[in-house]
Design a protein around this ligand. Sequence first.
Ligand code: GLU
Length: 293
Amino acid sequence: MGSVGRFAPSPTGELHRGSLIAALGSWLDAKSSPDGQWLLRIEDLDVARVRADSEASILATLTAFGFEWPQPPWRQSSRLERYQHALTQLQRRIPLFHCQCSRRQLAAEGETCCVGECRRRRCDPRDSALRADLSVLDPASIQDRSLGEVRFDPMVHRDVIVRRRDGVLAYQLAVVIDDADQGVTDVVRGADLLDSTPWQLGLLKALKLPVPRYLHLPLVVEADGQKLAKTRHSVRLEGQNAVQTLRDALHQLRQPSPPIGISEPRELLRAAAAAWQPERFKGEREIRLPLGS
Ligand code: GLU
C-alpha cells in the first residue's frame, strides 16, 4: 500500500504561508509515492479558539491552491465518543492522575508537566486536568526522516494532559487516535510540533497503536526569527496568486523549481510531487526568509 499522509489544521484562523508549507510538504510527500493518499482532518476540539468561518476558509484556500482529498475531512468534534473510549483503554494500561496545577504555576516553573504532588494527592476530579503518567514507559526517541535520531528527555515529557480541566479532550490524545484510525503512515508537519511528538509516542505505545514515520519540516520563519503566523505573512492566501505562492513555498523548502509555463496550481503540485526531495532540507529545523521578502 502507498503512503498515507495528512494535513490537520486547527480552524482558528486563515491558511497562511506557514501553514501552507505544512500542507504542501505533507501533500508532496504522500503524492510522491505510488498510490499515496493525502487526508484532511479538522482539529476543532478547542472550542474556545475555533473561529466559525475558519474551516470553510481553509478548505476554500486549499482548493484554490490545487489540493484535493479523497474523502470528506474528519472533524475531531464529531469523534468525542471514540476518544472517550480510548481514554478508558488508556486507564487500563498506564496510570492516570488528576492534576490541579494552574497555568500560572506551570508558566512560573517553565513546565508543561505536573509540578506539584498531584500524583499522590488525589485532586478533586471536577476541578482538575487528567494526566497520563508516561514515566512508566521507556524513554522516547524517534528516527525522524529529516532530523535523524531525536531523543526526548523523559524528565521533560514525564506526563501529558489527556483531558483538560475544562473537560475538553486533549489534542495529544485525539491526534494519535485519529492518525491510527485514518491509517496514517507518515506524519509530515512543522518542526514546531516536535515537542508534542514524545507525548504522542508515549500514548501510541501505551495504547499499542502502530507508530507512524515522522518527518518534521523546517519551520519557515521571518528573517528576524519570528513565526510567520504572528506577522504580516499570516494574512489569508489569495487564490489568484496560487501558482507563484506555491513556487515561493517550494523554493523555501529547497525544492527544485517546477518547469516554467505551468499556470495551474494542480499541475504545479503534480510536477513538484514527482520531483520531491526531502533530503534537500535534511537536518534543518528552521529556514529564515531573506530580509525584505
Ligand atoms: N492541529 C495542529 C496545528 O494546527 C497540527 C497537528 C499535527 O499536524 O499533528 O498546529
